[in-house]
Design a protein around this ligand. Structure first.
Ligand code: RDL
Ligand code: RDL
Length: 154
């Protein structure tokens, strides 16, 4: 049975790990390993350990960069670390970041954090079990959270 790793943070203002696990378990039967770290800069090593030490086949890295400039910098650094961890392990780490200023209020932010997490959980399932489904969606302007952009109309 494949193993999906879930790494999330205490900094986030919504329980993204719980949403991811709920969505995965609604759709497939897999083993899940979850870790929670303080913030997004702690996600790269947490994800790498899930892959190398816990045998995860794919990992979701879930986090919420804050709205300040230093948080944006922090998110960029965390992203680079996550990409490095993917290259070091030859394993996908699906980064799900929702910036705190993406929602116009707390309700919209919570909605977005839930939706983006769940939509990326479905992407993880496709990457693991049905990669041909993603090929069918190529070029269709998929977005996770708010509505899809859609394909270009010509
Ligand atoms: O290693 C401990 C912390 O440095 C680490 O957890 C950071 O990711 C924490 N952190 C910041 O220091 C910061 O300035 C976070 C943010 N901003 C942020 O916007 N989101 C986070 N962590 O998840
Ligand atoms: O690992 C899952 C996602 O983080 C990853 O697929 C990103 O490349 C998705 N993505 C963004 O998160 C974003 O803020 C994309 C863009 N912007 C973008 O402009 N174009 C993309 N992806 O193809």
């Amino acid at each position: 049975m494949p193993t999906i790793g879930i790494a999330d943070t205490t900094f986030a203002r919504y329980n993204m790990g719980r949403a991811a696990i709920d969505e995965i378990q609604k759709n497939v039967s897999v083993q899940i390993k979850r870790v929670t770290v303080p913030g997004i800069k702690d996600l790269p090593v947490a994800a790498k350990k899930l892959i190398e030490e816990e045998g995860c086949d794919i990992v979701m890295a879930l986090g919420m960069p804050g709205g300040k400039q230093k948080d944006k910098m922090c998110a960029h650094e965390a992203s680079q670390g996550l990409i490095m961890a993917q290259l070091m392990t030859n394993t996908h780490i699906i980064e799900v970041f929702v910036h705190e200023d993406e929602g116009k209020d707390e309700k919209e932010l919570a909605f977005l954090m839930d939706r983006r997490t769940r939509e990326h959980a479905l992407n993880v399932i496709k990457l693991l079990f049905k990669p041909e489904k993603l090929v069918r969606e190529a070029g269709t302007g998929q977005r996770q959270g708010f509505e899809d952009a859609g394909p270009l109309r010509m």
